[in-house]
Structures are given as C-alpha cells and as structure tokens.
Design a protein around this ligand. Sequence first.
Ligand SMILES: Cc1cc2nc3c(=O)[nH]c(=O)nc-3n(C[C@H](O)[C@H](O)[C@H](O)COP(=O)(O)OP(=O)(O)OC[C@H]3O[C@@H](n4cnc5c(N)ncnc54)[C@H](O)[C@@H]3O)c2cc1C
Length: 389
Amino acid sequence: MYGLTDEDLAIQARARAFADELIPYEAQAELAGGELPAELTAAHTARARELGICATNMPQELGGGGNTTLQQVLVQEQVGRVTNALAWAASTPPSWLPAVATPDQIERYVRPAIRGEREECYAITEEDAGSDVAAIQATARQKGDGCYLLNGVKWHVTSFNTADFAFFQAKLDGGPHDGEHAMFFVDLPSPGVSVVRTPAYSHTISHHHPIVAFTDVQVPAANLVGAEGDGMTFAYEWFRFERLMVAARCLGAAERLTAEMTAFAADRRVGGHPISEFGLVAGMLADSLTELFAARALAYETARGIDRGGDVKVAHAQCSMAKLYCSEMAGRVADRAVQVFGGRGYMRENVAERFYRELRVERIWEGTSEVQRAIIAGQMTKRGPGALA
Ligand SMILES: Cc1cc2nc3c(=O)[nH]c(=O)nc-3n(C[C@H](O)[C@H](O)[C@H](O)COP(=O)(O)OP(=O)(O)OC[C@H]3O[C@@H](n4cnc5c(N)ncnc54)[C@H](O)[C@@H]3O)c2cc1C
C-alpha cells in the first residue's frame, strides 16, 4: 500500500518494532510524572540507535541516516503511536544545521548530536512573541573582544532540562545588521542562563518547558549560526521540517487510537451487543479511519514532493496543510476514542485519555492552526490553489 519501496518498508518496520517495545511502559511513565528509571531510558535510547531510526534527517557523510523525507515521515509516524514522549528517544537533530554550520560547529555540535551525545533545545518564543517571531525582544550585542552578549527571557523552552545546548534567537543590537535576527549556540549550563520557573503542562512527559532567562550571557563569535541577519531563515526551514514531522506523529497517534477503539468496540458488550453494532459508535470508528486515510495520503504526498525537489514555497504551504489537517484530525480521533471507551477513556491508564491531552498541543506548537491557515491562504492568493493541491 502507498507505493512504499522495500527500503521504506524496512525502516518503517524497525520504527514500528521500537514503538511496540515502548508501549508497555506508557502507564508507568504517566503515573510517575513522565519519568522512567534512568537505566530504562538509556536502554531505549540505545535501542533506537541500534535500530537505525535516529538522525534519519542527517547526511550520511556526517554519520546520519540520509533518509528520504518520506522515510523520515514513516519513522516519525511510528514514534507518534507512543504516548508520554517515550519515543522521542528516536531523536533527530536540526535538519537545516549541516548546511550552515562551520567546520568547527560541525565538530562541536552536529556530529555529537548525530551520535546522540549532545541534545539541543530551542529558545525562540518570548512572553510577547509567539506566533509573531519577528516581535522578539531578546538582544545580541557584539562586544569589542569578538564575543556577543545575549539577553532575553524565553518561554516554553522544550527539553531545557535534558539539553546541553540551546539555539538562542535574538535581534542584533548595534552594528551593520542592527535590528535584524541572529541565532546562537549557547552551551548549557552557561553563566547567566537560569530557569525562572518550570510551569506544569497538560501532558505528562519527562521533557520540561521552563521559562529561561539569559542575562549577559557571553558567547564567542564562533557560536553565531550562519551570518548576522540569517536568524529568521533558520526558523522558517525548521518550521517546514518540523510541521511535517508533527503531521507524521499525529498520523501515528490516530492509527493507534483507531486500532484500540475498534478492538474495544468489538469486545465491549452492552445490553448483550458489542457496542460496535450501535450505529452511533460505528460512525465514530468509520469517521476516524476515513480521516486518517485522507491525512496519511496528504502527508505522504507532501513528503514525496519534497523528495522530488519541488518549489520550496509550495512545500512550505503543503507542510502547513499537512500539519493543520493531521493535527486537527488526530484531535477529533482522540475525542472520539475517549467517547468509545466510555468511563475507561477518562482514566489516565487509558491510551485515549493520554492522547486526548497530549495531542492538544499539536495544534499550537510549531505554529498554531490559525497561523497555518494564514500561510496556506497567503500562498493560495499568490500562486493559485492549483499550484498547491
Ligand atoms: C508545550 C509547548 C512547547 C513549546 N516548545 C517551544 C520551544 O521549544 N521553543 C520555543 O521557542 N517555543 C516553544 N513553544 C511555543 C510555541 O511555539 C508557541 O506557543 C506558539 O507558536 C504560539 O505562540 P503563543 O503561545 O505566544 O500564542 P499567540 O501567538 O499569542 O497566539 C494566541 C492566539 O492568537 C492566534 N493568533 C496569533 N496570531 C494570529 C494571526 N496572525 N492570525 C490569526 N490568529 C492568530 C493564535 O492562533 C492563538 O490562537 C512551545 C509551546 C508549548 C505549548
């Protein structure tokens, strides 16, 4: 099905096996605040590497998988079948980085990240700048000694508690590119980087999202990513990749939920009948699979378009369509799954309850649904709908 090659099917099968190995640990993680014993987490990370499903987006010459975009989607789809972010162990470093990193940065950050020895986090969003990244107020000022001084308070810094370096985005303060964006590597911990607070979020995962203050943090010019003024370009490239991967993970979540609610509905008897025989329940099953089928076709075709080397603006809009549709589809499927499970669907030990909470953020991070719609409509008016779909 879906015209997958033998190679596609092989990596998909390895990722699926990995997800199946993790699923038995979900309820344990949920009830322990998202944490598993450290040795178990280390074993999962090692297993993901052994199966060759990490760094699928990285070039082979740097030690990555060098996989096609479609294969990356196939892996992330399986990752998405697991709750509590346990499958984030199949990590992918930033896909845009090798093209812009200096040889020194490749050695210090990219190769170690591909080997699984270093982990990044992103410090971009601020209290008054989320959807509108251009509104950030963080600053980067060149000192006379070849260093930059970074200042700003960043929100929702995912994985700050596990990362050992951050991408910090700021506006340049002074110099020929005054007011333009720039991005920097900041090693963690570094003097001047401190957690303001760590809010609790809806999902239960071991990766926290603290508010982090950067106060007079000094970094060498060698830590500038690309050139001064390039910062926004990286954000766009990152969004394109990550939006498609969000879509992929939502496919996996919807597949798992559809399978679990179908099995439950066939088994659960009420008034002597399996509940799948009740038309209203059958409708929820049928709508879920139908929407999943449509969403998967959209995400796979978007990936194939990227692999064919199509127009980058078209790919940008299609990644937005994939993220928009797949995340909203998965949210609807999770809502139905809770309903099909009845009271059990409201218990935290139930996969539907966990996904019901966990999937909500997929419509918010990496650009909200409203932002995706604005991007799609913008490209429709510029290029015509026929160019995009
Ligand atoms: C769990 C979690 C993890 C995150 N991880 C990170 C991270 O690691 N690094 C990082 O930098 N950020 C991270 N974020 C931030 C995330 O990207 C932002 O929350 C998101 O982009 C939305 O920004 P905002 O929260 O400021 O909402 P706002 O931009 O204030 O938006 C509020 C509402 O207004 C709507 N809106 C805004 N602009 C428009 C528009 N032009 N048209 C129509 N409607 C609009 C939005 O859709 C939304 O409904 C994370 C967020 C969460 C919740």
